[in-house]
Design a binder for this molecule. Sequence first.
Ligand code: NDP
Ligand code: GDP
Length: 332
Amino acid sequence: MGKTALITGITGQDGAYLAQFLLERGVQVAGLVRRSASSDAALARLDWLGITQDVRLIDGDITDLSSCIRAVEQARPDEIYNLAAQSFVGASFQQPLLTANVTGLGCLNMLEATRIACPLARFYQPTSSEMFGKVQAPRQSESTPFYPRSPYGAAKLYAHWMTVNYRESHGVHASSGILFNHESPLRGIEFVTRKITDAVARIRLGKARHVLLGNLDAARDWGHARDYVQAMWLMLQQHQPADYVIATGRTTTIRQFCDMAFGYVGLDWREHVQVDAALFRPAEVNILLGDAALAKRVLGWSPMASLEQLVTEMVDADLKRHGGTYRNLAPA
Ligand code: NDP
Ligand code: GDP
């Protein structure tokens, strides 16, 4: 009998790539999906990857313990990936209680559902580099102290410690993956990378002239989501559960990202980007730079995609979405 995995957040960026990754390895995939009046739109990422028909969808919401338990009972999974979250830092300042409920307590609901209904299942919880916030070390590893700077970061910190707690108190094979930012053509359009690549495509195709951005000086350690879902899976293949930083070890400012994305289609970003003070955050995470040495040593994980490849893949996908293409004739 092959393995079965349950993914909460299967309709999100990582959920879709993880489902694809597991299906390619012969794993049966079930996904928790919350009710929506626009359920077709909710499946857009699974449709983009052409796998909607290959996964079993189970109705439920991670803020509702009873539906978490029912989903685990129905799927009887060997592996549980709790990817569901209110995942946008910006929105967490406007909706701190909802973020605490979904991103923090939602993790506890899924841990409880696992403990009650399927205690031998292996459990993966994505936590976040946002937990490092006001960074306490130039490169952040598993031993760097946390200092979250947003309701999202604080909610993830709660999820992180509950995951550790269920491992230590209840013997659940639970791992927390401290993932640094990871992007792809399936990234939500509210995140800065996708906002930029979408704007580049529209501007290149003559459908827009400008894009409004906030703090261009912030720097992020950006990887490709496809590489990061492999790291999640590797964590659950280990005999011992543990916590791992997953990052590329390279940090880039928003300004530099603009330069790369606009430059790829032959545009000068300075002519198209306008700074809007309203888009600055009440508290900023200025710079993130991860040290994934432990993941490399224990999991054998390293990122495959470079930032340059990520940027061009995202811009190309957005050009396609907007009905155009662009061939960069400059030498590689
Ligand atoms: P997305 O925002 O793309 O996806 C979030 C998913 O959670 C969606 O499927 C969404 O469903 C679902 N969801 C939200 N609320 C609920 C709820 N109450 N009940 C059930 N499902 C819900 O996030 P990503 O795929 O980018 O990230 C996956 C996980 O990894 C998240 O936990 C995120 O916080 C974390 N993470 C992500 C990083 C990144 O850079 N991408 C970095 C570090 C951590 P719907 O489609 O209905 O909205
Ligand atoms: P985050 O790292 O999870 O908050 O990912 P985001 O992509 O939302 O933001 C990354 C960085 O880009 C943060 O420092 C933001 O302040 C900065 N940024 C600058 N302009 C924008 C913008 O217009 N939208 C978003 N989302 N972020 C922006």
